[in-house]
Structure formats: structure tokens, C-alpha cells
Ligand binder design. Structure first.
Ligand code: SF4
Length: 127
């Protein structure tokens, strides 16, 4: 069991309760495919311009998170044939946010929760 924290974007805050993301964590699928399964220890919403994500990540770490995932909708979007990287997602600075969180905590930061875009495999760039 790997403990993870999730950062999501405020743009989706009142539309998505992360139901699929929580299920994928439990099952070790999609963005959580590197784990046998994962326990979500906490979820924070990022608010523009995202200046406090390092602090949010530190709190997630203090709650036991061993890795931090950003929600798929931050870097991908849905079209008629499913989720795609084309056009990006809600946030233009995902990589910068992830680097900030990694610098603040030393934890790996990973792109993705549920419904990964076709052909996208999550990497762990900040370890
Ligand atoms: S900085 Fe990015 S992730 Fe954070 S609220 Fe703004 S658009 Fe969303």
C-alpha cells in the first residue's frame, strides 16, 4: 500500500468529486499503475496562481504521502473520442507546480489520476 496525496485544480472543484481517481488509487490503475494499490491520504485544491502548492504538498507529506499526483484534468482534456493531451488541460504550468512540490517535499510528483489520455504513460519526473 502506497500513500499518496492529490492536487486538483480549482476550475474543476465544483464539478468533479474525484470519484474515478479514488477508485483508480484503490485499484492501482491509470495514474496509480506503479502501485499495487494506493491509499489517498489527502486532497488539496490548487488556487491560481498556485503559489502555495509547495505548502500544500508539505502538509500532504506530513499526513503520510509518499508521492503526490496531479489530477488528469490539469494537463489533459476530453473530446469526442476520450481524453487527450492535445490542447492541454486546465493548467498551463503543471510542470512548474510539480517541480515546486518536489522541491518543497522531496517526494515524487506524478501526472495523472483517472482516465489517462490515450497513449500516455505516467512518468515520475521529479524523484
Ligand atoms: S495554477 Fe493551474 S492548477 Fe492551480 S488553480 Fe491555476 S490553473 Fe488550476
Amino acid at each position: 500500500m502506497t500513500k499518496v496525496g492529490i492536487i486538483r485544480c480549482e476550475i474543476n472543484e465544483f464539478f468533479c468529486p474525484l470519484t474515478s481517481g479514488l477508485r483508480c488509487a484503490e485499484q492501482g490503475t491509470e495514474g496509480f499503475q506503479y502501485y499495487e494499490n494506493a491509499q489517498v491520504v489527502g486532497i488539496f485544491t490548487c488556487h491560481c496562481p498556485g503559489n502555495n502548492v509547495g505548502e500544500l504538498a508539505k502538509i500532504l507529506k506530513s499526513k503520510g504521502a509518499e508521492a503526490i499526483h496531479i489530477s488528469t484534468c490539469m494537463f489533459a482534456s476530453k473530446n469526442g473520442s476520450g481524453w487527450t493531451l492535445v490542447g492541454g488541460g486546465f493548467c498551463e504550468k503543471c510542470d512548474a507546480l510539480m517541480e515546486t512540490m518536489h522541491q518543497a517535499t522531496g517526494l515524487p510528483c506524478i501526472k495523472g489520476t483517472a482516465h489517462l489520455p490515450n497513449g500516455f504513460t505516467p512518468s515520475i519526473p521529479y524523484t
